[in-house]
Ligand binder design. Sequence first.
Ligand code: UDX
Ligand code: UDX
Ligand code: ADP
Length: 459
Amino acid sequence: MEIKKIACIGAGYVGGPTMSVIAQKNPHIQVTVVDLNSSRIDAWNSENLDELPVYEPGLDQVVAEARGRNLFFSTDVEKAISEAEMIFISVNTPTKTYGKGKGQAADLKFIELCARQIADVATSSKIIVEKSTIPVRTAATIKSILDHTGKGVQFNVLSNPEFLAEGTAIVDLYNPDRILIGGEDEKAINALKTVYEAWVPTERIITTNLWSSELSKLVANAFLAQRVSSINSISELCEVTGANVDEVAHAIGQDSRIGSKFLKASVGFGGSCFQKDLLNLVYIARSYNLTEVANYWEQVILINDHQKTRFAEKIIRSMYNTVNGKKIAFLGWAFKKNTNDTRESAAIYVADHLLDEQAQISVYDPKVQESQIYKDLDYLATRSADENKELLKVINDPYEVAKDAHGLAILTEWDEFKDLDWKRIKESMKKPAFIFDGRKLLDKQKLEGLGFVYYAIGE
Ligand code: UDX
Ligand code: UDX
Ligand code: ADP
């Protein structure tokens, strides 16, 4: 089957960049990305490429090349569905905030809505591709909805999880370690394979059954998160023994069985996937009564929570056990560098902890908007929105943020922070001027030379 038109439901961090690259590499396929959120679609269509709703290095060029040629962003969900032979589902699957599985299970209401909408509209056969991360066996749910509510047309459901990381989405999409396609129907699998073969070598495309593909996505993220929690747990041990966690990471990473990547100790992992997918894995294991398996993976999350708390407590302890009324400068709010995404960012939890102690926080992040920062804090519902606005200020200048601060904390490893005029910052801060480097970004010797009291994770 030759695919001429693709639709993608969901124009977020996954759908937007992925479809842009698919369209760029397949000029003969018309790709339409749809979303219910019209302001998001407007932003994808904006003339000024700085206003795209997702910040990803290199994305603007891809969009510039393909948009209007064979890449379209629209709110007309029905039209896109009815015209396409292949439909990607890239909607959000947040952790449930209510009812059974609250705080753990994935909320599939958006996925179900998509399935119902597709069934409603489709008058010809469709290949449905799950892109969103979903619990194992969601394909069965989608298929069941389609077959029971559809107009008798044929639906083939494939699982095609996304492995791109934010901040490097375009590089990851251009040069993926692997593409994973799970499904039953060979023709449908081959149709999707052909789309990727426009730029990905065939041997990197793995095909499995549906359930292996769905589970692999959760397991990949669980293993990656586990590495970060493993090294973070060792960072605490380093601090009390005099070992240095970077030295330990380097030494163990040279063992090819361990490998050197993903061993950077930090203030804790964030992002939309790790915690959500771990919770999902734990929930699934529990629902099959696999208590030991569930407890094992849950520990990865608990260490991550501990790491964030421990960082906040270190700040308080160092500053003579009180931060009440003291200004603390935050450099970075995003969950990692080169993204404007803040979901589950460690910064949110560290800030919340310090605000509980009545600290005055000022934040600078080069890509995150002020409204997003307040939204993140308000979402925790620890205190009123007015109190958050009172205690935390967002300032668009790193030097202003640091001025008169008692302490400065690095929450995101933005490259530009390395090149700040640290002498100037030191002079403008209250003394002793504390730095808490949650990303091990700065040069300890240089900063101590300037007279800072410098603390980094794992040293
Ligand atoms: C280990 C370390 O590999 C070595 O570097 C250290 O110096 C001593 O301890 P060893 O115990 O000889 O070496 O064997 P290893 O190959 O690491 O296997 C340990 C156990 O893990 C074995 O029972 C092996 O069967 C098991 N294993 C290993 C698995 O079950 N699955 C694997 O993928 C790898
Ligand atoms: C992750 C997976 O990498 C990706 O394959 C999947 O598709 C989505 O989830 P992402 O969340 O975008 O991607 O970012 P990632 O680079 O994995 O980082 C996740 C978090 O771990 C970040 O907060 C990062 O700062 C932290 N991290 C990562 C560390 O603290 N240390 C490391 O060594 C690596
Ligand atoms: P991800 O990181 O998984 O891409 P996002 O939240 O960035 O998650 O993007 C998901 C997008 O899906 C949001 O823009 C949301 O508006 C959109 N969406 C959710 N449900 C539907 C639906 N039924 N139809 C169209 N768009 C939807």
